[in-house]
Design a protein around this ligand. Structure first.
Ligand SMILES: Nc1ncnc2c1ncn2[C@@H]1O[C@H](COP(=O)(O)OP(=O)(O)OP(=O)(O)O)[C@@H](O)[C@H]1O
Length: 205
């Protein structure tokens, strides 16, 4: 189990955004992505997860082991917290292990309809999904948005102890310090050159 990325170039709306990104993660490794707004963190994470094609380069990790998580986390508003988690567990061929409710501080909310949760509570439920789907390679896009300090620490603890500690890998775009001992990859030097745009349609608009 490892994640290998070599000379990867990614695009958004047909325009190159980042080029020449390379890194490797071994079991238990996290990598923090940094860079200013618009540099391409979301684009890179979506490309790594296979949700959109790259322009060139290699991304390699075991099939069916990746999961991408952002704010659009597929919570079903008309189902309860437990029903949402059970649904995800079953989709991934498992059963719900109740400890995930404790890990993400959802015990008192277990019977609440997900649609009635606050933004931060919804985010905790979305992150708890990661605890039930059993995927080893996580691509996390600003996972702590809307979370208070207590919840950030809870999520960082889960990531360290239950995911990385059990051989998982995580690539995380985050502007805050999660307190993980993880290398930081600043994407600024990988910004695609303007003349690499592969065409100059704008000149004719
Ligand atoms: N739908 C789109 N079509 C074309 N270009 C887009 C689209 N969405 C985003 N972009 C552009 O692609 C570039 C990379 O965006 P991306 O969302 O990957 O950046 P980011 O580093 O995640 O930003 P942030 O820190 O603000 O979340 C930006 O310049 C952005 O303006």
């Amino acid at each position: 189990m490892s994640l290998h990325v070599k000379d990867l170039s990614v695009a958004r709306g047909g325009r190159p955004v980042l080029q020449g990104v390379s890194f490797d993660c071994a079991p238990g490794d996290a990598l923090i992505l940094r860079g200013p707004n618009g540099i391409g963190k979301t684009t890179l994470l979506r490309t790594l997860a296979g949700l959109q094609p790259g322009l060139s380069g290699e991304v390699d990790f075991p099939e069916e082991s990746g999961a991408y998580a952002s704010h659009a986390d597929g919570i079903k508003a008309q189902l309860s917290v437990t029903e949402n988690l059970t649904f995800w567990a079953e989709v991934h061929g498992g059963v719900l292990d109740d400890t995930v409710l404790e890990d993400f501080d959802l015990v008192d909310l277990r019977d609440r309809l997900a649609g009635t949760l606050s933004a931060g509570q919804k985010r905790r439920l979305g992150l708890a999904r990661l605890g039930v789907i059993g995927r080893k390679v996580l691509f996390l896009d600003e996972p702590t948005v809307s979370l208070d300090g207590f919840s950030v620490k809870m999520f960082a603890d889960w990531l360290r102890d239950k995911h990385l500690g059990q051989g998982g890998i995580a690539v995380i775009a985050t502007h805050i310090d999660l307190g993980l001992e993880a290398p930081v990859l600043d994407l600024t030097p990988y910004k695609a050159a303007q003349d690499a745009a592969g065409g100059s349609d704008e000149a004719f608009l």
